[in-house]
Design a protein around this ligand. Structure first.
Ligand code: ADP
Ligand code: ZN
Length: 285
């Protein structure tokens, strides 16, 4: 059996599957303190004979195998989770290989293996929700280096109508600070899901996401860019964003048809947990 955790800032999704990734059981646990949350995960996993575990985690996290703190959640704004030895805790308890990556790299791996990028070798996965995060699979491998990408924290040209200062604790008006759900809410005093489709908020949102997609295209040359997360549940947003993207790309490079290049998730909200099961399988092999 394979075990997987999609570790998010508000909830942990845990699943157990067979070798073919057919999920046999799945639970959701609130993210409180490491001790409390891990204890709940242990209670769930203890009932199975696990051969490998995969973890896709919120971060920043240490993914550098050369580092003394490999497997830790490091400088997260969630104070209670700072400097938490995540991988160590699960290796110690289960004595099995543990795969470890960011939640969004895991989601990209899920999408490229089983979802919207299934016939492709590369994809970028962006989630636009409480924050903005991005991960990638390039030529079949999740993208890590000394650390891991933090695609939500890039700076982009301002929309001319936008005077909001941005909410990122570290950078103010980075992509996350300007385009995550809380930024939309702060600008207009209304939750993103309650704004009408013709509200100017969506044009501003599309502007930032299109510029971000442009940067990922120019730097990574993926086969496609997949958009997930709560804010993307606005069905018109992907169309607006494609239009903007085509405009700013200005035919500079050759790309697949836009409806096949900037796309919605193929696995809905399962890309992260399926990707984490794939991390377990990779660790095992
Ligand atoms: P998280 O990022 O915590 O995993 P979500 O991806 O659901 O959670 O993102 C939550 C954010 O998405 C909130 O800021 C919320 O206002 C926004 N959101 C949720 N549903 C929608 C919707 N249908 N349309 C636009 N925004 C939404
Ligand atoms: Zn930032």
């Amino acid at each position: 059996m394979l075990g997987a955790i999609e570790a998010g800032g508000t909830k942990f999704v845990c699943a157990v599957s067979d070798e073919d990734l057919t999920i046999v059981e799945k639970i959701t646990i609130p993210t409180t303190t490491p001790a409390e949350t891990f204890a709940e995960v242990f209670k769930f996993f203890d009932r199975f004979e696990l051969q490998g575990i995969g973890i896709g985690s919120f971060g920043p996290i240490d993914v550098n195998p050369q580092s003394k703190t490999y497997g830790y959640i490091t400088s997260t704004p969630k104070r209670l989770w700072r400097d938490t030895d995540f991988v160590g805790a699960f290796e110690e308890r289960y004595q099995v290989p543990v795969g470890w990556n960011t939640d969004v790299n895991a989601a990209a791996l899920g999408e490229v293996t089983l979802g919207a990028a299934k016939d492709k070798a590369s994809c970028v996965y962006i989630t636009v929700g409480t924050g903005v995060g991005g991960g990638a699979v390039i030529n079949g491998e999740t993208l890590t280096g000394y650390g891991h990408p933090e695609m939500g924290h890039i700076h982009l040209p301002r929309h001319e109508k936008d005077t909001y200062e941005g909410f990122c604790d570290y950078h103010g008006d980075c992509l996350e600070g300007l385009a995550a759900g809380p930024a939309i809410e702060a600008r207009y005093g209304t939750k993103a899901e309650e704004l009408p489709a013709d509200h100017e908020a969506w044009e501003i949102e599309a502007h930032y996401l299109a510029h971000a997609a442009m940067s990922y295209t120019m730097t990574l040359s993926p086969d496609c860019i997949i958009f997930g997360g709560g804010v993307m549940q606005q069905p018109h947003l992907i169309h607006l964003l494609r239009e903007k993207f085509v405009e700013i790309l200005n035919n500079y490079v050759d790309l697949p048809p836009i409806e096949e290049y900037l796309i919605a998730t193929g696995l809905e909200d399962e890309s992260g947990i399926l990707g984490s099961l794939l991390l377990a399988k990779q660790a095992l092999n």
